[in-house]
Every structure is written in structure tokens, then in C-alpha cells.
Design a protein around this ligand. Structure first.
Ligand code: AMP
Ligand code: GLY
Length: 425
């Protein structure tokens, strides 16, 4: 079959890498892709949000299956457009992807169906949000309703910070229409875990639990990023947390979406905080996480094409999903300045010195005169699997040492929380 992957980051490189291993896949395309993806797939210069361009390409090339990486095209309705054109595509349609596209919708759904989450209220009036913040007190969290490139969540230590966040989002409109409504919620403490699940709208099969590292510096310091690294499986997801996530969160959410006339098919990502009172939902995403997909897909043994076909035909219940033993770690190498402004175009050296069983998934790279150069904030995701988390960490960091580009920075503690957790047990 001919497969098209939509997107051009580290997650999409991992998706292409995994899909290409399927004996069913004869030819693979990626739109728009990047320099790393170009070594596995034919990259086509169509933007991930150019939905009519993608439909036209899929028709012309007679693509048998399209797999969507990012949330933008999903919330814009790429799945609806492909379905109308009679083209097979994996992901939720626009009404279902709204679980990520509108935080107000996600929170109201959780409240209505008793799915555990932080206490909250939603506002379309800045004055009312301010009054609620004064009553709730700090710390609290202010979230823009819509998509804001991962920047729409402000964790506020003081009431003043929260009022400023409301001013920025609702009055100044720094995120545009995405900020016309906000969620204000209680601040939760604990460890975070990402549980992604495959679902055909009836059956829910979780993947291995993963942990992201959102802050830019070691020890979870500094501003939030798109994710500086991830590993799986995450020991913070004990059997109890796993059961809660499945029975109180993932299954009820899939049922609730169906009951609301938003049947959900694809990957449902639950971002959870494991608190003293159990796991609570921080957010839902309508797709694979980036960088969680990199370690999780490295450990997936089952053919991803077969899983996707089971989802599309509504027969996921018949599918058994197998995982490799051990653990995998992804260390993100970022440009100087990221998550703030950064420069692009620096040559990357040492990629040829990385051992073949370590995958360097490209996030923001481009080819310039035959050389691989930096082209984004997150540049590479060095991903290694091994029998234990400690061995996977060592293997990933040994490969990181081979790679260099001007201003390269990365966290040195990816996966460390898993080590301390396994010592406690
Ligand atoms: P979100 O995009 O909703 O996952 O938020 C981004 C990050 O903000 C999360 O990964 C958490 O680190 C943090 N966050 C979001 N909501 C809360 C909350 N209620 N309490 C504490 N931290 C939160
Ligand atoms: N790693 C967080 C996300 O993909 O949203």
C-alpha cells in the first residue's frame, strides 16, 4: 500500500520509521517532512494545514492510507475532508478533535461525565474571570480555550500573575480568537504521565505510559517547551494509576464523546497529574504526543498499519497489541535560545557516528547544499531502547555526545525520575 504521513517533526519521523517497517507498506510519502524523514520517505512540499492540497495529492497518487501527526489539521477537519473524498485516513474528525481544540469543551465534558480533573470554571468575560481568580486564590492555572502552539497554559504562582494572564489572553488577545474564552483551574501537584490510547470509538487499548519533560532545564526548571525529552514506560504509572486511567478516564471519555455525538477514532492522549487523590486529567490531545511518540513507537512490536486498519474498520477489540520488553528514552537536542527566539541554518555534525540501533529522529532540520542543518527550535530527538531504563538512558546520552551543532543544548536528566521511582520500589 501507499501511505502518506502528514507533518514534519520528530513524531512524524518516528511514525514514518515505524510504518515503513510494515511489510504492507510499499511506498511512503510525508508532507512536508524534514531532512531526516527524507532518508525514509518521499517528502512532498505541501504544508500540514493545506488540506485541499493534501486531498488533491492523495487522490492523484492514489494513497491508500493517510496518518496525521499534528493537531492543527485534525481540528481543521482534515479527516472530514479525506472521508468526503473517499480516502482512508487515521485520526479523529473535527468534532472529535475538539477535545484538544477547545479546553472549555474538554473541561465541560469531564464535569458532565464525572471524569477526574482539576476544579475549574470557564469564562468569556475577563471581569468574571478576575473575580473567580480572587476567590480561588493562587497558585492557579489560566488556559486559553483554543490552540496556542503549546503556549496557551499559564501556571500562576500569585493572583497578580493570574490577573496578568487573563489580561494578556482575553484583553490584549495575544493568542487571537483562541483566547476569547479561558479556563481557570485549581493547581495540581504530583508527577505527570502521558497515557496515549488507540481507540475505534468502542474499544480502548492504552499504549505504554510515557513521561514528557516540559521545562527547558534540568530539574524541571525554566519555561515550558514543546517537550525536551520523554521515556517509556513510566513507573509513576503504577498498576493502580493505570486502572484509574483506563476505567475512570479513557473509557468514560470515549463513551462520553460518542454520547455527545462526537464519536472518537484515532489516538486519544490523556495528560494526567498523579496527585495524592489519584490521577486527574490536565489535558486531552487528539494525536500522538511529541516527543512521547518517539520512545513509545520504538517499543511497539505490533505492526502499526494493522492497528490502524483495526481502528478504521471498528474491530480494535480483535487486535492484540504487543510491546517489546525494556524501556526507551528520547533526548531532544535544541537550538540556542529555544523556547524563545532562535537562529536556524547551523550545520549538524556527527550524525554518521551514531550507532545504527539508536534512532536520531529529526524534529527541525533541513537539507542545504547536501548538508543537514538546523531548521527549528527542537532539532533532533536521540532515541534509544534497552533492557532497562538505566541502560536506555546511557545509550541515548552516549549517542548525544557524538552530535554537535552551534548552540546545541539539551537536558541531562531525561528519565532520571524513573530511576528514583524504581529505587523506591
Ligand atoms: P496542558 O497543555 O494543559 O497539558 O498544560 C501544559 C502544562 O502545564 C502541563 O503539562 C502541566 O505541567 C501544567 N499544568 C496544566 N494544568 C495544570 C494544573 N491544573 N496544575 C498544575 N500544572 C498544570
Ligand atoms: N508532549 C506534549 C504534547 O505532545 O502535547
Amino acid at each position: 500500500m501507499k501511505v502518506l504521513v502528514v507533518g514534519g517533526g520528530g513524531r512524524e519521523h518516528a511514525l514514518v520509521w515505524k510504518l515503513k517497517q510494515s511489510p504492507r507498506v510499499k511506498e511512503i510519502f510525508c508532507a512536508p517532512g524534514n531532512a531526516g524523514i527524507a532518508s525514509l520517505a518521499r517528502c512532498v512540499p505541501i504544508g500540514a494545514e493545506d488540506i485541499s492540497g493534501l486531498v488533491a495529492f492523495a487522490r492523484q497518487e492514489k494513497i491508500d492510507l493517510t496518518v496525521v501527526g499534528p493537531e492543527g489539521p485534525l481540528t481543521m477537519g482534515i479527516v472530514d475532508s479525506f472521508n468526503e473524498a473517499g480516502l482512508a485516513i487515521f485520526g479523529p474528525n473535527a468534532r472529535a478533535a475538539a477535545i484538544e481544540g477547545s479546553k472549555v469543551l474538554a473541561k465541560e465534558l469531564m464535569a458532565k461525565y464525572g471524569i477526574p480533573t482539576a476544579r475549574f470554571a470557564t469564562f468569556s468575560d475577563a471581569g468574571e474571570a478576575v473575580a473567580y481568580i480572587r476567590q480561588l486564590n493562587a497558585p492557579c492555572v489560566v488556559k486559553a480555550d483554543g490552540l496556542a502552539a503549546g503556549k496557551g497554559v499559564v501556571v500562576c504562582r500569585t493572583v497578580e500573575e493570574a490577573l496578568e494572564a487573563v489580561g494578556d489572553i482575553m484583553v490584549k488577545g495575544v493568542f487571537g480568537a483562541a483566547g476569547s474564552r479561558v479556563v481557570v483551574e485549581e493547581y495540581l501537584t504530583g508527577q505527570e504521565v502521558s497515557i496515549l490510547a488507540f481507540t475505534d470509538g468502542k474499544t480502548v487499548i492504552p499504549m505504554l505510559p510515557a513521561q514528557d519533560h516540559k521545562q527547558v532545564y534540568d530539574g524541571d526548571q525554566g519555561p515550558n517547551t514543546g517537550g525536551m525529552g520523554a521515556y517509556a514506560p513510566a513507573p509513576v504509572c503504577t498498576p493502580e494509576v493505570y486502572q484509574t486511567a483506563l476505567e475512570k478516564i479513557l473509557i468514560p471519555t470515549v463513551r462520553a464523546m460518542a454520547a455527545e455525538g462526537r464519536p472518537y477514532r484515532g489516538v486519544l492522549y490523556a495528560g494526567l497529574m498523579v496527585t495524592d487523590e489519584g490521577a486527574k486529567v490536565l489535558e486531552f490531545n487528539a494525536r500522538f504526543g511529541d516527543p512521547e511518540a518517539q520512545p513509545v513507537l520504538m517499543l511497539l512490536e505490533t505492526d502499526l498499519v494493522e492497528i490502524i486498519e483495526a481502528v478504521l474498520s471498528g474491530r480494535l477489540a480483535e487486535k492484540e497489541i504487543r510491546w517489546r520488553p525494556g524501556a526507551a528514552v528520547c533526548v531532544v537536542l535544541a537550538s540556542a535560545g529555544y523556547p524563545g527566539p532562535y537562529r536556524k541554518g547551523y550545520p549538524i555534525s556527527g550524525l554518521d557516528r551514531v550507532p545504527p540501533d539508536v534512532m536520531v529522529f529529526h524534529a527541525g532540520t533541513a537539507l542545504e547544499d547536501g548538508r543537514v542543518v538546523t531548521a527549528g527550535g527542537r532539532v533532533l530527538g536521540v532515541t534509544a531502547a534497552a533492557g532497562t531504563i538505566a541502560a536506555a538512558i546511557e545509550k541515548a546520552y552516549a549517542a548525544v555526545e557524538q552530535i554537535h551543532f552551534e548552540g546545541m543544548h539539551y537536558r541531562r536528566d531525561i528519565g532520571r525520575k524513573a530511576l528514583s521511582a524504581s529505587k523506591i520500589r
